[in-house]
Design a protein around this ligand. Structure first.
Ligand SMILES: Cc1cc(CN)n(C)n1
Length: 331
């Protein structure tokens, strides 16, 4: 079996949403596929109205295939301190023509203000590893873990684009979606993340390669590229107007600064992925400001590197759960 679904970026590529059908008759919600967490949770009719602001709500009572898991609850807090919690149902879930008939659907009873404010986002599909699912008394499998045994190949792929729709594929690799070769690197899933080691980086097409192992996670649910301080300093030292602005919470530079270099990260076997300089200017710091917030920021607040959407949209990425490896290709 296999599946394929289009993803669509919100403004500034802050997140990528995909249509997901839940229940019978099907209820379509727009969800954020997040490889940095492992709960499938949705806005639901269990929420107080004050927590809802335009989102589509999953109504388990309107689904003939929904079964409440009595006594089960879930609660998740993300790296950006946003959170949600609620009850657990089993229901049928379809993503891109791929159906899991007994998926744990975590129905929200409470969401933090960040989620309430994000009216286009109806919830998340966590495609990290199930060991960090938050359901109690027993953790639940991710959508991919439930689908994997029936797939042609135990992989899903992420093709995120800058300012344009891309695609998530399940169970196969579309050889037309990338150029050159796919370089595979081992994944350590002990912490439930797609954690891998990059051999190093290079700033600019004429810069030298810095062989320094960078331990980090591939996270479709994080917008920016969060790297060690030394790497950020090497990058921003090449941008004339760049400076670290604590009041803005990170590195900024003049939006019209023409010296923003490309950033390359190693994946292995000498292969590198090139992130165009244009991807590394995220947004104006404030309306009317001449300064822009960098797409690359320090990972010091998090404690490990996060290869978020800024990096992922420069590549075709294979999440190979069957072999616990990540594949990286240019496109
Ligand atoms: C809601 C959400 C998801 C993620 C990445 N895993 N963050 C940082 N916030």
């Amino acid at each position: 079996d296999r599946g394929s679904v289009q993803n669509t970026p919100k403004s500034y590529d802050v997140e990528y949403l995909m249509p997901v059908s839940i229940g019978t008759p099907s209820q379509q919600l727009n969800l954020d596929l997040d490889t940095g967490s492992s709960d499938l949770w949705v806005f639901s009719t269990l929420l107080k109205e004050s927590m809802v602001n335009g989102q589509t709500l999953y109504d388990p009572n309107a689904s003939t295939t929904a079964d409440k898991m009595e006594g089960y609850t879930w609660k998740i807090t993300y790296g950006d301190q946003s959170y949600s919690s609620g009850d657990v149902y089993i229901d049928t879930v379809t993503i891109g023509d791929l159906t899991v008939s007994t998926q744990a659907v975590e129905a929200a009873k409470e969401v933090s203000e960040e989620f309430t404010a994000d009216s286009d986002n109806d919830g998340l599909v966590g495609l990290g590893f199930g060991i960090i699912n938050t359901a109690k008394p027993y953790k639940q499998k991710t959508f991919f873990e439930k689908a994997m045994p029936g797939l042609d190949s135990p992989v899903f792929t992420a093709d995120l684009k800058a300012g344009a729709p891309g695609r998530y594929n399940f169970g196969y690799i579309d050889d037309g979606a990338y150029s050159g070769n796919i370089t595979y690197v081992p994944v350590n899933s002990t912490d439930g993340f797609w954690r891998w080691v990059s051999p190093g980086f290079q700033v600019g097409s004429t810069g030298s390669f810095n062989s320094t192992r960078i331990h980090g996670i591939a996270d479709t649910g994080t917008t920016l590229l969060l790297l060690p301080d030394g790497v950020c300093e090497a990058f921003y030292s090449q941008i004339a107007s760049a400076e670290y602005e604590p009041s803005q919470g990170g590195y900024t530079f003049e939006c019209d600064d023409s010296t923003i270099p490309d950033f390359y990260f190693g994946t292995g076997n000498g292969q590198m992925i090139r992130i165009p300089g244009s991807y590394l200017s995220y947004s104006k710091t404030d309306t009317g400001s001449s300064r822009c917030f960098g797409g690359m920021q320090s990972d010091s607040g998090v404690g490990f590197t996060i290869w978020g959407d800024i990096a992922l949209k420069a590549a075709f990425v294979v999440f190979d759960q069957g072999n616990e490896q990540l594949g990286w290709a240019e496109k």
